[in-house]
Design a binder for this molecule. Structure first.
Ligand code: FES
Length: 180
């Protein structure tokens, strides 16, 4: 069961990794060329909003207000419209998060198989200490999430876009060695 921040939007800012840095435009050079190419495959600029936001998050690690404004400008949308979409979807980070964003399923089937102990192991061994808090070194943020669709492989964990199955408290140190 989830007891803490369960989506990126709920991540707690500690140390403000990147939170106070001025926004450098993302859609320039090669990234602008990628977006332009993408736009040829969509009927309208608005239809490309989700992938454009992914590109922003990929480049900056999160989606800031200034980033939303930039996306709005390149897609001829209003910042309010973009913000509405960003706040609807939990996969967009509305605060800076660690370089490695760790999502642990704690829904009932995984919970009864010991997911809470996996969460505890990640919190201790990453130095995060608490759900949604980024470690002091800026490397990790751990959150609990609902069913990841791998209920037969408790405990499933996502680290950025990698999907890991059958994680136990004992295997956490080995996993973290791959994400140092
Ligand atoms: S309940 Fe954990 S993956 Fe489905």
């Amino acid at each position: 069961m989830s007891h803490g921040p369960s989506a990126a939007g709920g991540a707690i800012i500690k140390g403000g990794h990147g939170a106070h840095e001025p926004h450098e435009p993302v859609f320039v050079g090669a990234t602008k060329a990628r977006l332009d190419d993408l736009l040829t495959r969509y009927p309208t600029k608005q239809a490309a909003l989700l992938p454009a936001l992914w590109m922003l998050q990929e480049a900056r690690g999160w989606v800031s207000e200034a980033g939303m404004a930039e996306v709005a400008q390149v897609l001829d949308l209003t910042p309010a419209y973009v913000q509405g979409v960003v706040t609807f979807y939990t996969m967009y980070h509305q605060h800076p998060v660690g370089k490695f964003f760790i999502q642990v399923c704690t829904t009932s089937p995984c919970h009864v198989c010991g997911a809470e102990d996996v969460v505890k192991a990640f919190l201790q061994q990453t130095g995060c200490g608490e759900l949604g808090v980024t470690s002091d070194d800026g490397r990790y943020t751990v959150i609990e999430v609902e069913c990841l669709g791998a209920c037969g492989f408790a405990t499933p964990v996502m680290i950025n876009s990698d999907f890991l199955e059958s994680i136990t408290p004992e295997s956490v140190p080995e996993v973290l060695k791959r994400y140092g």
